[in-house]
Design a protein around this ligand. Structure first.
Ligand SMILES: Nc1ncnc2c1ncn2[C@@H]1O[C@H](COP(=O)(O)OP(=O)(O)OP(=O)(O)O)[C@@H](O)[C@H]1O
Length: 207
């Protein structure tokens, strides 16, 4: 369970938001909404321990994430704006590295299968600099197929994806939530996210 209490974040001399709080139970997705610049990415980075909030507490399974450290990071998958793909490496090499860093003990056959599921059959062995933007994003998203992390934090995961890839990502998120995972995501697109339970958090200027 993820619990956020009275969170406030500041960038420079500007307060982005304050008094943000929520509890997220297994099998529930939180959709963080708000206009450009309201602080959605900042909030997601704070949830991952990548940005220090001005005030407030973030607890995972009842313990402060700062105290949990790597124990928390092993249970977390963060998918940020930058897809983290190394352009000199192939799709399969990229996925092998990210799965290893995520701590997922995945067989090589599963990695190939994950890329195939992402529609990258025949492209696995190409340096990713030879792939389109959408294909690179598909390589990055293959992490979700092999991830065993209970908490997914996804920042604008739908951008640059075509209609088929959007549908596939919707399925991956829905499967994760339906098997008891937690997800926090931002998206400006109007897409149904899961047939399971969805909570919404609206960030506003001057919150
Ligand atoms: N590295 C930074 N240094 C200083 N200020 C920053 C930095 N990154 C973001 N900001 C400020 O913080 C505010 C919130 O940014 P953030 O990326 O969290 O917004 P967002 O809601 O995710 O926006 P978008 O919908 O455009 O992705 C922005 O208005 C910006 O001015």
């Amino acid at each position: 369970m993820l619990e956020v209490v009275d969170l406030a974040c500041r960038r420079g001399d500007r307060r982005l938001f304050s008094a943000v709080g929520f509890r997220l139970e297994p099998g529930v997705l939180l959709h963080v909404r708000g206009r450009n610049g309201t602080g959605k990415t900042t909030l997601l980075r704070a949830l991952c321990g990548l940005f220090t909030p001005e005030q407030g507490r973030i607890h995972w399974r009842g313990e402060d994430i700062r105290e949990l450290g790597d124990e928390y990071h092993r249970e977390l998958l963060f998918f940020g704006h930058l897809n983290g793909i190394k352009s000199e490496l192939t799709g399969i090499e990229n996925l092998r590295i990210s799965a290893t860093l995520d701590g997922d003990g995945v067989e090589d056959a599963d990695l190939w299968q994950a890329l195939a599921r992402m529609g990258l059959d025949g492209f696995e062995d190409l340096p990713t600099k030879m792939l389109s933007q959408g294909q690179k994003k598909r390589v990055a998203l293959a992490r979700l197929v092999v991830s065993g992390a209970p908490l997914w934090v996804l920042d604008e995961p739908f951008t640059a994806l075509d209609v088929d890839a959007v549908a596939l990502l919707q399925v991956l998120i829905a499967e994760h939530v339906e098997r008891g995972g937690l997800a926090v995501l931002t998206t400006h697109q109007e897409v149904p996210l899961t047939s399971g339970q969805v909570q919404r958090l609206d960030l506003e200027f001057g919150y």
